[in-house]
Write a protein that binds this ligand. Sequence first.
Ligand SMILES: Nc1ncnc2c1ncn2[C@@H]1O[C@H](COP(=O)(O)OP(=O)(O)O)[C@@H](O)[C@H]1O
Ligand SMILES: [Mg+2]
Length: 291
Amino acid sequence: MIRIQNLSVHCCGTPILTGIDLDLPQRGVAVLLGPSGCGKTTLMRSVIREDDEDRDLLVTGRVDVMGQDLRDKKIPAARVRQLLGLVPQRPYPFPGTALDNVLFALTHTTRLSPTARRERALAALEEAGLEPSHHATEANKLSGGQLKRLAVARTIALDPAVLLMDEPTNGLDPLAVGRIERLIATLGQNRLVVVVTHDLHLARRIADQVHFLWPFAGGARLVESGPPAEVLERPARAETQLFVEAAWNGAAALYDADDDDADDALLRASAPRPRLLPRLDRDEDTPEAAQ
Ligand SMILES: Nc1ncnc2c1ncn2[C@@H]1O[C@H](COP(=O)(O)OP(=O)(O)O)[C@@H](O)[C@H]1O
Ligand SMILES: [Mg+2]
């Protein structure tokens, strides 16, 4: 369904992603997992061609969907974003009600009649699980979980072949997380849903396949892919082992006593980690060498 080939991204001249190859099926839930700052959002932005508007992003490689390379500038960006619908991490609703927000998306991207637009919008709100009592609520008065469901409705109203969700449960309470997880599972029954997260617990619960991304000096690479029971419980790669160990058992043991910057410490994957893992001291530009 979607085949990403040799995708590399520079942001403001810095390599963020390098040589990403990813083949995803037509249905199900694929989770793209990796530490914060490793380039997950940048990957999503690149596949929907945000580099068309953001000159800081330099993207090379192919993104094939249904036999078409969506990186080909002959395909309008609007068409790309209709095929690949992105639910951003922080959805910004437009002024107006929840229903207005979905109608607005449809008005600007389809030529449906007003009646058909309204029907489509209501169906999308229902599929996204936003209760009818909230359809007339001002979007900026919705709770975090409701706002996420509105963002999903706005995206699925356009009937994308692939739904991309960036950190869909970030900042939600556990009950709202549960509702979003159920929604993801339902949506994944008849389309491909790609969920981007750094939350391994979430990945374990929702993923059919996990793809683990790790930041190297020359840009982040995909280091390991497979079913969650393998990647998250018996990872083959040292980078994944480090992340999984930190998630299941806490990361405190990974740091020196005087190391107060947790993110930096976790990202310094080549630092010695007593007890837990082997050193990652291979040439990071040739990950094949370590396999
Ligand atoms: N517009 C930008 N300008 C400069 N650097 C950026 C920009 N957007 C992202 N980056 C950098 O790219 C890297 C990856 O960021 P991001 O894709 O947001 O990571 P993630 O989503 O995995 O947390 C980070 O180091 C971030 O600082
Ligand atoms: Mg992100």
